[in-house]
Design a binder for this molecule. Structure first.
Ligand code: ADP
Ligand code: MG
Length: 300
């Protein structure tokens, strides 16, 4: 697949009409449905990819589909931590979050990154509204108890990393119904109003479940889930995922991503895809394409 955008400015009006007409069955199928989009990786930092992403989201909204964006921000958090002389550390794909790191996570995600995305979507003609899990009392969380994948008797203390207790999506629904595009930062709050850093893939997956989304698209910085030989796996069953995690083929940030994807698929989200966010218009390609793109996660 070519990664360079083609110049189609020479398209005749009749071609343009034909292209749009061909999209009609897909638009009809998804009209009024919710799509949760996890926005992460390179698609978030490359200006050309950013613009294409914003266009896709706005286009979905304008044809009557309800996109909900959940964003990550690993690289941006890493940059600020470095400037402050702190080293990021990960356990099983999750960022170890001490109190100081939590402050940085909140500044970066709920401040800079969220507002950049809101601005990007607005510039493309949409009306985006930024939210954290605290807004509308949306994401209740508690400290995540992380059990070692290889030795269940070992528990890792990774600080203020959150486990989702519940999601109340009413604020998202209210915004959706009123033409807005929600942009959610993955921060939850606890019983004492303390903040939790939650993996964005996990938030996107759970939000897709509670919203009963038609689709969950996870944009990442790789073609999809790869096997040991580095070949793309177009489809994955829960059993195959277990094998790939157990033998270490799936590691790092792909662990929470695939776990979230699988949860969503098993909980009734009809289509769950991990797709290559480095491809311009990855979202439209997936929604309007009939060729397999990235990795589809099956519920059984
Ligand atoms: P993001 O959450 O922004 O999409 P992450 O770095 O958290 O990015 O997760 C994606 C990364 O997971 C990939 O870039 C890759 O390095 C890693 N990874 C680990 N195992 C696999 C695998 N089997 N297939 C694809 N990517 C994998
Ligand atoms: Mg990640």
């Amino acid at each position: 697949m070519s990664h360079t955008p083609r110049d189609l400015s020479h398209l005749q009006p009749s071609d343009r009409a034909e292209v749009l007409a061909q999209a009609l069955p897909y638009i009809r199928r998804y009209h009024g449905k919710t799509m949760v989009i996890k926005y992460g990786g390179n698609a978030m930092t490359d200006p050309e990819l950013q613009a294409a992403f914003a266009e896709d989201v706005v286009l979905l909204k304008l044809v009557g589909i309800n996109p909900v964006v959940v964003h990550g921000g690993g690289p941006q958090i890493e940059t600020l931590l470095k400037r402050l002389g702190k080293e990021g550390r990960f356990v099983q794909g999750m960022r170890v979050t001490d109190a100081e790191t939590m402050e940085v996570v909140e500044w970066v995600l709920a401040g800079e990154v969220q507002q950049d995305i809101v601005g990007l979507i607005n510039r493309a003609g949409g009306k985006a509204v930024g939210l954290t899990g605290r807004d509308g009392a949306m994401i209740r969380a508690r400290k995540l108890r992380m059990v070692d994948l290889n030795d269940p008797s070992v528990e890792h203390d990774i600080g203020q990393v959150g486990d989702i207790v519940s999601i109340d999506p009413s604020v998202v629904r209210a915004l959706q119904d009123d033409q807005f595009i929600p942009v959610v930062s993955p921060i939850g709050f606890g019983e004492r109003n303390e903040s939790y850093n939650i993996n964005a893939d996990v938030v996107a997956a759970k939000l897709a479940t509670v919203l009963q989304a038609e689709k969950l698209l996870m944009l990442t910085n790789i073609r999809g889930v790869l096997d040991k030989q580095g070949q793309l796996l177009p489809e994955l069953t829960p059993r195959r995922v277990d094998e790939l995690v157990a033998d270490g083929t799936i590691s790092g940030g792909m662990i929470p991503k695939i776990a979230g994807a699988l949860d969503a698929a098993k909980s009734g989200v009809k289509a769950v895809h991990i797709i290559d966010g480095r491809v311009p218009h990855a979202i439209l390609l997936e929604v309007l394409g009939d060729q397999p793109f990235g990795t589809m996660i099956r519920s059984h």
